[in-house]
Write a protein that binds this ligand. Structure first.
Ligand SMILES: *Cc1c(COP(=O)(O)O)cnc(C)c1O
Length: 418
């Protein structure tokens, strides 16, 4: 006779706790201030606020977890606010830029040009010349860039520092966005590498190493470890064809943060162990190489909130709508329209009532005349009134700069580092 356990009620998955932010008097604390006070200080809504203390703590925790030999780069496309880049540049070992515009911000922020690298498909000739003039490392994504770099180098009498971005023959499994493996606009296919490396030698460019980036927003340590191992091994094979010893090896990143119900924070321990292994191998096999990982959202995403004010509270056929003064025009990702396949809710709360026990199911929508402008779809939230502050967590990355601010003609949002 088989014993069957009583059917257990399947609990709906919940968001990871947003415990990085404390509560005071029932309000969320951001940058040391109660949210209602911070909103007064900023003087208007909507705004993004990035917490300095959390940014520092994040880098410190990462440094403590990973082997000391691993260098940390910040991929600034995640959050290019100049004050954020300035702060983070002082905490990490280098900045990765993906346009001349980002290069300008990084240089203004005081980042050391020796530790800036410039990746991205479709670099224009003028951008390549700017990179040579600035003395930054160019991650070459196409053979077309080589003669342009050589010409700029000759004209300026400055060396062109290059690494090759490789389009690997594998991908980062289970990633939000895959950026390697198969046909891609990024990097140079592994098969074309020996020829390209020869050309770098012939043109007398300053070869420094390789850049591999297999994907983004990954919460599976085993997948990240596998991609890092494969990246290392691929670089080791390619090094045989290189015109100079490998001095720089960017193993990519892809560390994710929990956005949606059921997602957990990434466990760094297996990744640290795997990197330790690679550090030891590199000491023998690529003795001149410094190993780099490049992270965007993992460094800044959890430190930021998007804050909007509720301007209306409507009930439509029994469903509560909290209408705010900003939405997808400032925060496309939270609306679910930036690379999500199925829309899911970011963690959201009513920031000035976050500790309140009076709760209800409500939707938070922005002011745009489109049903896409949805920040929270039927979530359990503290009971809110007009004037309260709706807060979207996990908003430190791919927020303002990744959103169509002019769409529908509402005011732009502001950003503060607090
Ligand atoms: C976007 C990007 C990153 C940052 O990705 P995150 O998911 O924010 O960590 C890093 N490297 C490259 C090459 C990128 O294109």
């Amino acid at each position: 006779m088989s014993e069957s356990s009583p059917p257990t009620k399947r609990e709906a998955p919940v968001h990871a706790p947003m415990s990085q932010f404390a509560l005071r008097d029932g309000e969320l604390v951001v940058g040391g201030q109660k949210l209602s006070h911070l909103a007064e200080r900023v003087g208007r809504t909507p705004f993004y606020a990035y917490d300095r203390g959390l940014l520092k703590a994040r880098v410190a925790a990462l440094r403590a977890a990973l082997p000391a030999q691993i260098q940390l780069h910040y991929a600034m496309k995640a959050n290019p606010m100049p004050a954020v880049v300035g702060l983070v540049a002082g905490l990490v070992d280098g900045i990765d830029v993906a346009s001349a515009g980002e290069l300008q911000i990084a240089l203004d922020a005081g980042a050391d040009p020796a530790e800036i690298s410039f990746a991205g498909p479709g670099k224009r000739d003028i951008e390549l010349a700017q990179a040579v003039a600035a003395g930054v490392l160019v991650n070459v994504e196409s053979a077309r860039e080589l003669p342009v770099l050589a010409a700029a180098s000759q004209r300026l009498g400055l060396p062109a520092r290059v690494a090759v971005r490789v389009n690997p023959d594998f991908e980062l499994k289970g990633s939000g966005m895959k950026m390697g493996g198969g046909p891609k606009q990024f990097g140079v296919d592994t098969e074309q590498l020996p020829e390209l490396l020869q050309q770098i030698g012939r043109l007398g460019l300053g070869f420094e190493g390789f850049h591999l980036f297999a994907g983004s927003q990954n919460l599976k340590p085993e997948a990240i470890c596998e991609a890092q191992r494969k990246s290392y091994e691929l670089a080791l094979r390619l090094a045989e064809h290189a015109p100079a010893p490998v001095a720089f090896l960017n193993l990519g990143g892809g560390f994710g943060i929990p956005y949606f119900p059921g997602e957990q924070r990434l466990d760094l321990a297996p990744i640290a162990a795997n990197l330790q292994d690679l550090v030891e191998r590199a000491a023998r096999e690529l003795p001149q190489a410094r190993l780099v990982i490049e992270l965007g959202r993992y460094l800044v995403g959890e430190a930021g909130v998007y804050v909007t004010r509720i301007v209306d509270r409507k009930v439509s056929r029994g469903q509560i709508y909290l209408v705010t003064d900003g939405g997808l025009n400032h925060h496309l990702s939270a609306s679910g329209n930036f690379g999500q396949v199925l829309r899911k809710n970011y963690p959201v709360t009513i920031g000035n009532k976050a500790g309140s026990v009076a709760r209800e199911t409500a939707s938070v929508v922005g002011p745009l005349c489109t049903p896409l402008d949805l920040l929270a779809d039927r979530m359990e939230l503290p009971v809110a009134e007009v004037g309260d502050l709706a807060v979207v967590f996990q908003s430190g990355a791919y927020g303002r700069s990744a959103s169509p601010q002019d769409f529908l003609g509402h005011p732009h949002c502001v950003e503060v580092l607090v």
